[in-house]
Structure formats: structure tokens, C-alpha cells
Design a protein around this ligand. Structure first.
Ligand SMILES: [Fe+2]
Length: 391
């Protein structure tokens, strides 16, 4: 009996001690998510990360091989971003096609006072590398996938089948979340997996799907990913390849009960028409060698049954396709259907090929001066589609 009591007390003491150790570990100031790169250009990049408590953070950057380190902080209206946990620090003044190293540095604010704050100890990460874009490049490659719906394990398996570390970008074509209902959901859904696989060195671009527009936190999605000009639609250049990203919104009409009368996607899709017309008239678009369009919801296939969920696809067809069909588009890539589909060019409907990833494959796009190559693989690494589109 006495022995049993002793064991019980020893176990209880151990449990209290391990609880205290856990508590101490929880209060240790640390980086909690990231770093992940966004908005990379030939001149700069934005470094995203979070800390476990409020602090002041910086990015230290140096050319690879150089001892000269530049410390970069983010400031707005003269105030350094501080007393915060989520950071997106823009690093500018970089040279094109140059290898850089960077690391994070952060210090917790123990007491924010009227003067002379009390700071804790500085923490840093290891050094990571990235290469700035090369505007003169005549080749590029990128990975596309979509519709993971919070399945980080599947996303990781697909990334493992792609030479992601050797590509220029990863374009996530929407529905990486099923709906944005939990605070900070993008981290466990796909950002943390991106960080461990590639995103410390290679940026991803989040193309919004209809499911990322749902849920109580959907309006905060832009805090987690970079958007050119503050919009989910935009243009990207990888050397002489020009990429148009459209945000196709929801699939059903704005009046559908699912959207609780708080969406305006018809107007939003219309807003992109005027923008798209300007894009295809731009010098950068006209002078590019290759032109690729990325989106989540593809245009409806003409003659198909029109259910409520065909409203968005029908608008994609009626608004954007007449503009794009007049242009020398090499390829359009989308998702949404959870079914792998290749649509060969069909006169007047889609004058260029359309490839739609399903929810369990990834497509590598490799571009050289003569052609655009695509290779689609499933989770087992089996090639399910391969095609070369010559100029
Ligand atoms: Fe979708």
C-alpha cells in the first residue's frame, strides 16, 4: 500500500514538473511559422513569418559569399512595425538574378512603456538562400496544383513528386482551404508544409479558389499571402513568360443562400474585365514570348448542363474568354472540378489548350524558347499526362 502511495506521489510530482517544463517551453520566445517568401521580383522580396509573442522583427540579408549584412525592418509612416506577431517584411534594393542569403532576427517586447521599452533576448534563424528573378531569362519552370482542401499530408506527398527546389515558383490554384473558419488556418492547411518543402527559398503564389472566400475569416486571407497591387488577380513575369492570374470568385450566384447576401462576385468578375483588357494591351504582355493564364474555376464547357454551380464558370466563359481567345495564349491551367481534364483547342470556344488539375495531382510546367512542356503526376509519382505545346 505504502509502495503504491509512493509511486502515485512520484508520478504526480513528475507530471507537475513536466507540466511546468511545458509551460516554460511555451513561453520561450520563438518563430512559430515561416519564413516564407512572397512577391519575389528582380529587385526585391517579401519575407513572411510569425513569432510566439509580441516583439520587433527584422530580416538580415547579404549577397551569398559576402560578409556585408543589411538589416531590414518594415516601417509605416515612420513607425517601425513592432509589438506585433505577424510579419511581412519587404526587402528591396536587390540585384537581378543574384543569390542572396537571409535570416530572421527578432526580440520580444517584455514591457511596452512610454519610453525605454523592456526587451528580451534576440533570437535568429539559420541562414536561408534565394535567387532574385532574372528578367532576361528565356526559360522558366513552375509547379501548379489545387484543391487540397486542408489536406496538408496529401499536399506534401505531391510536392515530394515535383522537383520543386529547382523551379521558379509554385502556383497554388485555389481551394487549398475548404473554408476559412479557424484563426490562422492557412498555416496548418498548407503554409507550414510549403515552408518545410520549399517556401523559405522559392515563393508560392496563392491564386484564390471559391472555398477560400468562405468562412468567418475569409476576409483576412490577404494577411497571409502577398497580392500584387492588393488584389488576388494580377500578373507575373518569369523571364520572357507572362502569367495572368484571374480570381474567378464563387461558382454559384451571389443571391445563393450559401453566401448569406455578403458576396459581390458578379461585380468583382466584371471589375477584372477592364483590368484584363488593359493587361493584354500592355507592352509587357505583347512582348512576352509565352503567355499563360492561371485561375481556379475554368470556363464552362459550352452545351453542358447549367446547374446553379455553373454560374461562375459561365461568367468566366462569357467575360474573359472573348478577350483571351483573341490573344496568343499558350495555355490556361485551372482546377475546381476535382477531375483531371485536358481540353484541346476548340475554335471560338477555347482557341488555346486548357488543363485542369484534379485534387490529387500536380503539374510541372517547363518553358523554353521553343515550347511549353507540361507533366502531370499523381501522388504515387505516376505520370498521368504529358504534352509539349510548340510555338
Ligand atoms: Fe473550387
Amino acid at each position: 500500500m505504502r509502495k503504491a502511495l509512493f509511486s502515485f506521489l512520484a508520478a504526480a510530482a513528475l507530471s507537475v514538473a513536466s507540466g511546468m517544463a511545458q509551460q516554460a517551453a511555451d513561453t520561450v520566445y520563438r518563430f512559430t511559422h515561416g519564413p516564407y517568401l512572397q512577391g519575389l521580383t528582380a529587385q526585391g522580396v517579401k519575407v513572411y513569418f510569425t513569432t510566439s509573442a509580441r516583439g520587433v522583427s527584422a530580416v538580415e540579408v547579404r549577397k551569398k559569399g559576402s560578409a556585408e549584412v543589411r538589416r531590414v525592418v518594415d516601417y509605416v509612416d515612420g513607425l517601425v512595425q513592432a509589438n506585433n506577431t505577424r510579419n511581412a517584411i519587404p526587402v528591396g534594393g536587390l540585384e537581378p538574378n543574384t543569390l542572396y542569403e537571409y535570416r530572421l532576427s527578432s526580440v520580444p517586447i517584455k514591457r511596452f512603456r512610454l519610453s525605454n521599452n523592456v526587451y528580451g533576448d534576440t533570437i535568429t534563424t539559420p541562414w536561408y538562400t534565394f535567387r532574385t528573378d532574372n528578367p532576361a531569362a528565356t526559360s522558366c519552370s513552375f509547379v501548379t496544383l489545387s484543391d487540397m482542401h486542408d489536406d496538408a499530408a496529401k499536399y506534401g506527398r505531391l510536392l515530394d513528386r515535383m522537383p520543386v527546389g529547382e523551379t521558379d515558383r509554385v502556383f497554388l490554384l485555389g481551394d487549398m482551404l475548404s473554408n476559412f473558419s479557424r484563426p490562422d488556418q492557412p498555416y496548418p492547411s498548407y503554409i507550414d508544409t510549403s515552408v518545410t518543402r520549399f517556401a523559405r527559398s522559392i515563393p508560392f503564389v496563392a491564386v484564390r479558389g471559391n472555398h477560400e472566400t468562405r468562412g468567418r475569416y475569409a476576409r483576412l486571407y490577404g494577411n497571409y499571402v502577398y497580392r500584387p497591387r492588393g488584389k488576388f488577380y494580377g500578373t507575373y513575369r518569369l523571364g520572357d513568360t507572362f502569367i495572368i492570374v484571374l480570381d474567378t470568385g464563387e461558382d454559384k450566384p451571389d443571391t445563393h443562400i450559401d453566401y448569406s447576401r455578403i458576396t459581390a462576385f458578379d461585380a468583382y468578375r466584371q471589375e477584372q474585365v477592364a483590368w484584363l483588357r488593359r493587361v493584354v494591351r500592355s507592352e509587357a504582355f505583347r512582348q512576352a514570348r509565352h503567355r499563360i493564364v492561371l485561375l481556379h474555376i475554368p470556363p464552362v464547357r459550352r452545351g453542358e448542363n447549367r446547374r446553379a454551380s455553373a454560374h461562375g464558370p459561365a461568367m468566366v466563359d462569357s467575360l474573359y474568354m472573348p478577350i483571351l481567345n483573341r490573344e496568343p495564349i499558350d495555355l490556361m491551367i485551372g482546377g475546381h472540378l476535382h477531375e483531371f481534364v485536358y481540353r484541346a483547342p476548340r475554335d471560338g470556344e477555347n482557341n488555346f489548350p486548357i488543363l485542369l488539375n484534379d485534387n490529387a495531382c500536380a503539374t510541372l510546367v517547363s518553358v523554353d524558347p521553343a515550347a511549353v512542356f507540361v507533366r502531370t503526376v499523381n501522388q504515387e509519382g505516376k505520370v498521368i499526362f504529358e504534352k509539349k505545346f510548340s510555338k
